[in-house]
Design a protein around this ligand. Structure first.
Ligand SMILES: Cc1cc2nc3c(=O)[nH]c(=O)nc-3n(C[C@H](O)[C@H](O)[C@H](O)COP(=O)(O)OP(=O)(O)OC[C@H]3O[C@@H](n4cnc5c(N)ncnc54)[C@H](O)[C@@H]3O)c2cc1C
Length: 320
């Protein structure tokens, strides 16, 4: 039976996604590793075949060097066929280090994975999500490692593909003689501001298609009439048209609205990576080939400068 090790970073979406992804290898035995406290042990013990827990790092922060030092002896002893973690900021820090130290190929940012007798293949985005590439790891007797795009393998609302029967949690020792080569000085929390788009049920997200700051009022009017909060893509923040606390995406905030209306947004993976919970998504874009249409439930191909004022007018009419 093949062994898989998944690294749990937090208990929101991660465990479900990693459990779902691990099931690509039939009848594998899946061990979840946690470094530090486990706030919800029942979730992990019901999802995985075994759970191992390492002590937190000395300062309690996520420390890729420390975590690699924790996992490496276990990996060398157990030789799991596959090591999985999310392509989060922390996963990005840890995966290349651990792959190099454990001498196994790394497939990063996987949207899907395919298990073959000769090894592992995956699909990953390239060029900011404009194309998808099929990649394969060179055959390796040590096993493989992969990072998964958050949201690509189901989310916290989905049921794990094959829940297991429950297991115990085994405590593992901290690495001996661990000496960090770097240390965390401070953790900076992004300013959220008066508006917290993470709490919004309905979001209108505006992208570079809005062309200039003066035009933002067009989408503000739409958000207002819909009772929605205004969110945006990163270029809109980079151009200082809206504040950072409205940015959705991998380098912005993660939102979980019920309805997401994207206006002039192309739908890059960095943007959509921040949209969780499977909202009802409507996209207005003049380019019929825009990637956002692959994700949207309803797509409207057209010029936002024509459509948005019309939509505002119609909603006002309907509201009387
Ligand atoms: C490390 C990294 C992190 C990143 N993090 C984030 C992040 O957190 N969030 C984020 O959003 N991006 C992020 N990005 C940037 C991301 O790659 C994309 O560049 C960005 O999401 C694109 O924003 P956009 O859709 O507004 O712009 P564009 O990609 O330029 O899309 C504009 C869209 O508007 C449409 N359009 C133009 N005019 C009209 C019109 N008149 N009517 C209708 N449609 C029109 C166009 O067809 C186009 O599809 C990150 C990039 C990197 C490298």
């Amino acid at each position: 039976m093949r062994e898989i090790l998944v690294l749990i970073e937090d208990l929101t979406d991660g465990p479900m996604e990693l459990a779902a992804a691990a099931r690509i290898i039939p009848e594998a035995r899946v061990t979840a590793a946690v470094v530090g406290e486990i706030s919800s042990p029942e979730l992990l013990t019901s999802l995985f075949d075994s759970v191992i827990q390492f002590p937190a790092s000395a300062d309690g922060n996520w420390d890729a060097e420390y975590i690699s030092a924790c996992l490496l002896p276990w990996i060398q002893a157990e030789q799991p066929y596959l090591v999985l973690m999310l392509q989060s900021n922390n996963g990005l820090d840890l995966a290349p280090l651990l792959a190099a130290q454990s001498d196994r190929p790394l497939l990063s940012d996987c949207l899907s994975m395919e298990f073959r007798e000769q090894g592992l293949a995956a699909v990953r985005p390239l060029y900011g999500g404009k194309v998808f590439a099929r990649i394969a790891a060179a055959e390796c007797k040590n096993g493989y490692m992969a990072t998964l795009r958050p949201g690509a393998f189901g989310d916290s609302n989905s049921t794990p593909a094959a829940p297991t029967g429950g297991c115990g949690i085994q405590s593992e020792a901290a690495p001996q003689d661990f000496l960090a080569k770097r240390r965390c000085l401070e953790t900076l929390t992004p300013e959220v501001g008066a508006i917290d788009i993470r709490q919004a049920e309905v979001l209108v997200a505006v992208g570079r298609g809005i062309e200039e700051q003066e035009n933002i009022e067009i989408v503000e009017a739409l958000a207002e009439v819909m009772g929605a909060q205004l969110a945006c893509t990163r270029p809109v923040v980079d151009k200082l048209w809206l504040e950072k606390s409205r940015q959705v995406g991998t380098s912005g905030l993660t939102v979980k609205p019920r309805v997401y209306l994207a206006v002039g947004v192309s739908g890059s993976f960095q943007h959509l990576g921040g949209v969780k919970g499977g909202p009802f998504m409507v996209a207005i874009n003049q380019d019929p080939a825009a990637p956002i249409f692959a994700t949207a439930d309803v797509g409207v191909v057209g010029d936002l400068f024509d459509l948005v004022p019309l939509l505002v007018e119609k909603i006002r009419e309907c509201k009387g």
